[in-house]
Design a protein around this ligand. Structure first.
Ligand SMILES: [Zn+2]
Length: 304
């Protein structure tokens, strides 16, 4: 199953405990896809999970008489279209009134309790949200039908410390996130804990890959330094030889210098291991500092 569908199905399995949140979630589901017609109230959605959730919430809250229809859309895509209709009946007025009440409050930015805000957002997400497989890239989006709807959802998200981007498509206005941390935060807030775990796993693997890259870069930098030092040492030894001072060097320095000329790319540690008996890295370094000092002295003499 795809990442997006798995996340949606997970969210659609959550039944809020409190009645306030149940109504808020239903209002979220109906926010964009709910309509009052002459025949009653209809919620028309393209996701089975959304249809299931709307049905369950309506049953839980109002026990209305409902009709459910599944239609296979042929012309544009092969997705099914689900219609949940509450035909005209005595309790319809109350249901529509409650849903509109929530929609109006949110439009006026009277947000109410965080528990309900999250439930509303979950309802919107189940209908209109999608998630790209994070292995490809981080992208979560919620598609609305107008700037006004997008603005309400965006403001609601901002009250929960989420900051989505907004983009206009042909017929839609989408809210989106491209930041793994924000996506994780949103899914967590909606209660999609398995989705968060899956996302975090990918994030950890990606993070480790970045870290490995950093280590490799770091090693390259160290390597450059090592090579630079070796190059300077070779230059110094050549200078000592060219000025006829090599013969008068103490045997340990001579040995060191010859080894360096023989292995110009070896590290200090490797050079130390080539000696008999082996010498520590700091011992090797000490000898090279002596050689460097001699070369430096020659340079000064020549400059005078
Ligand atoms: Zn609540």
């Amino acid at each position: 199953m795809g990442f997006s569908r798995a996340a949606r199905d997970e969210l659609a399995r959550i039944m809020p405990e409190r009645r306030c949140c149940q109504l808020a979630e239903l209002a979220g589901l109906a926010y964009i896809d709910g309509n009052l017609t002459s025949q009653g109230y209809e919620v028309i959605v393209g996701q089975a999970a959304a249809a299931r959730m709307a049905f369950r919430l309506l049953k839980q809250l109002y026990q209305p008489y409902m009709e459910i229809r599944v239609r296979r859309r042929v012309r544009f895509s092969k997705h099914n279209v689900y219609t949940i209709r509450i035909p005209n009946q005595p309790r319809l007025h109350r249901i529509v009134g409650s849903l509109r009440g929530v929609h109006q409050r949110y439009t006026r930015k009277r947000w109410g309790k965080p528990c309900c805000r999250k439930a509303f957002l979950r309802g919107v997400y189940i209908c209109r949200g999608s998630l790209t497989n994070p292995k490809k890239n981080y992208h979560l989006e919620i598609v609305t039908d107008s700037f006004q709807q997008a603005a309400v959802v965006q403001s609601l998200m901002e009250t929960l410390d989420l900051s989505p981007g907004v983009v206009q498509r042909k017929k839609h206005v989408a809210l989106y996130f491209k930041d793994g941390e924000q996506i994780s935060k949103l899914l967590n807030l909606l209660g999609g804990h398995t989705a968060v775990l899956n996302l975090e796993n990918v994030r950890v693997v990606k993070g480790m890959r970045n870290q490995v890259n950093r280590l490799v870069n770091c090693e390259t930098a160290n390597m450059d330094k090592t090579l630079e030092a070796a190059f300077r040492q070779v230059e110094n030894i050549k200078l000592i030889k060219a000025n006829g001072r090599f013969g008068s060097l103490p045997p340990d320095l001579k040995e060191m210098a010859n080894l360096r000329l023989k292995f110009p790319y070896a590290s200090l540690k490797e050079l130390g291991q080539l000696l008999d008996p082996p010498l520590s890295k700091s011992g090797v370094n000490h000898r090279f500092r002596k050689l460097d000092a001699i070369a430096e002295k020659i340079r000064k003499e020549k400059a005078e």
